[in-house]
Design a protein around this ligand. Structure first.
Ligand SMILES: Nc1nc2c(c(=O)[nH]1)N[C@H]1C(S)=C(S)[C@@H](COP(=O)(O)O)O[C@H]1N2
Ligand SMILES: [Mo]
Length: 170
């Protein structure tokens, strides 16, 4: 009996250890994405490029007014700074032709979907890194970044993606 219990304990310890080992890449990528601020661009689920803060700042910077609507609170107008998502995709060499949806995934597991038609508008969907002139801050620091996707024309902000990590064209 004792031997069986011991064997079960050993197996459980091994399973936990192996799982932790297999997940270490995921975790490292998440932490890195937070510290170094980059977004993985995918097409049909496969990575096509990574865009980091430096590359983002080489693109056309704009200030955008948008309404942040937090649950249970009145909408607040804020000025965000960033780049149009379509220009980010273009710079990353991601082909939008034939794609109709953009799925964003965040470091907290949140996902939101926006239509390609919205993404291709001239003044709607942005990847931002500043709010009211200040860095967004990480999730740990109580912020919404380092990078966030906003929809300037969305009167509610539930489809905005804080702490964005991946953007997949489907
Ligand atoms: N990564 C992530 N993005 C998110 C959310 C979230 O929980 N995680 N919540 C959404 C919702 S419901 C709203 S209203 C806005 C603002 O959320 P906040 O009130 O938590 O700031 O962010 C949206 N984007
Ligand atoms: Mo919300």
């Amino acid at each position: 009996m004792k031997k069986i219990v011991m064997a079960v304990v050993v197996i459980l310890v091994l399973v936990v250890g192996v799982t932790a080992y297999l997940n270490r890449g995921d975790l490292a990528a998440k932490q890195e994405s937070q510290q170094d601020a980059f977004i993985i661009i995918k097409s049909g689920g496969s990575e096509v490029a990574r865009v980091d803060m430096g590359q983002l700042k080489d693109l056309n910077q704009v200030d955008v007014e948008a309404n942040l609507k937090r649950s249970g609170k009145d909408p607040e107008k804020h000025q965000y700074t960033g780049v149009l998502l379509k220009e980010v995709l273009e710079a990353a060499g991601a082909d939008t032709a034939g794609k109709d949806t953009v799925i964003m995934t965040a470091v907290d597991g949140y996902t939101s979907a926006i239509s390609m038609d919205e993404v291709l508008e001239d003044d709607n969907v942005y990847v931002v890194y500043k709010i009211d002139g200040q860095p967004l801050g990480t999730k740990e620091a109580g912020g919404s970044g380092p990078l966030q996707v906003i929809l300037a024309k969305d009167p509610f902000s539930q489809r905005w993606c804080k702490f964005v990590m991946e953007i997949d064209l489907q």
